[in-house]
Ligand binder design. Structure first.
Ligand SMILES: [Mg+2]
Length: 333
């Protein structure tokens, strides 16, 4: 039965589905997708590819772009999304994200439904609503969410080795606490759009998305995935007191700018290009995937790298950020 509001499409939409069958807590994801495609076979002319190894999602997405499909849809976690994004990058083919990971950071940023059936339904919209989204690159490796150096990279690496499907978010927090006891702080020399800053720190993050996979909780609030800027964040140390203070400020959406940071051990800049030198060799990761240990990396934004399908009516016309509403409610004029 077709929803009455859904007009019949005269021509079938050609969609390539890229599915990471290892993703998600729910083993029936592939069944849900298959059933959806059967139900809507009159509207969608679809091809389904299953990924087996890293690099597959990028390859399938590139092939689909070359064939001139109308839409590439990817099911999986943040790693699969980064790969699919890299495949459609610099093309006019939009990407539909079908969130199947533990965090689904970009999906949350863009108000894409995390329930698979609801995200799938976006493929049926008579007119696809899309948003231009930036990507980043670090030493010529692209990322969709962020590059992490030090603590963040170690944390992602450990979480990736753990059983994410069973523990979900808990795995991240367990690893976070364990790592806090062992990681050695370093000193970062940052060249941010040509300006040099030196900061001691335990981690440096170069973020396209500053989301952490939990709605309304972010590393910084004045960032946007489509503003042509990366957010560079250094967290100086992670002693219990600092951690509490940092989270308090993140929760209160009051992450300050570096010139008036009021004793919070976090620095934040926005930049198109950044070079980071570390006193000690540290692990570098992009979108949670370890890349290498290094003492120097260089990153830049790739503005308007791709188009991502978003729900109609939720294109952030002028979405009010949480800190703006808090400022209004709580900050004296
Ligand atoms: Mg940005």
């Amino acid at each position: 039965m077709r929803d009455k509001k859904e007009p019949v499409m005269t021509e079938k939409r050609r969609v390539t589905f890229i599915v990471n069958p290892a993703s998600g807590i729910n083993r029936s994801a592939l069944d849900i997708i298959t059933a959806f495609l059967e139900t809507h076979a009159d509207q969608l002319d679809s091809t389904v590819h299953l990924t087996e190894a890293s690099g597959d999602a990028t390859r399938f997405a590139k092939e689909a772009v070359r064939r001139g499909v109308d839409l590439v849809a990817a099911y999986g976690g943040d790693g699969t999304m980064m790969e699919a994004a890299a495949g459609v990058m610099h093309s006019s083919t939009p990407l539909l994200m079908l969130p199947g990971g533990t965090a689904n950071v970009m999906a949350i940023d863009l108000n894409i439904p995390t329930r698979l059936e609801d995200a799938l339904a976006l493929a049926l919209s008579p007119e696809l609503t899309t948003r231009e989204v930036d990507m980043g690159s670090i030493d010529n490796e692209v990322f969709l969410l962020r590059a992490g150096i030090g603590y963040e990279a170690e944390m992602s690496a450990q979480a990736a080795r753990g059983d994410k499907s069973k523990k979900g978010r808990l795995a991240y927090f367990e690893n976070a606490l364990r790592l806090l006891r062992t990681l050695r702080p370093t000193s970062y020399i940052l060249t941010i759009d040509g300006e040099t800053h030196v900061r001691p720190g335990i981690t440096c993050m170069i973020c396209n998305s500053s989301g952490i996979g939990i709605p309304n909780l972010r590393f910084t609030y004045n960032s946007d995935v489509g503003d042509g800027l990366l957010d560079v964040i250094v967290i100086r140390d992670m002693r219990a007191g600092t951690l509490l203070k940092t989270f308090y400020h993140i929760l209160r959406s009051l992450l300050p700018n570096p010139t008036e940071n009021g004793g919070v051990d976090v620095d934040h800049w926005q930049a198109k290009q950044v070079t980071v030198q570390m006193k000690h060799r540290q692990l570098v990761a992009r979108d949670g995937e370890p890349l290498k240990r290094s003492k120097r990396v260089s990153a830049e934004v790739i503005p308007a790298a791709l188009r991502i399908v978003v729900p109609p009516n939720t294109v952030p016309a002028e979405t009010e950020s949480v800190d703006e509403s808090l400022d209004r409610d709580q900050t004296p004029a």
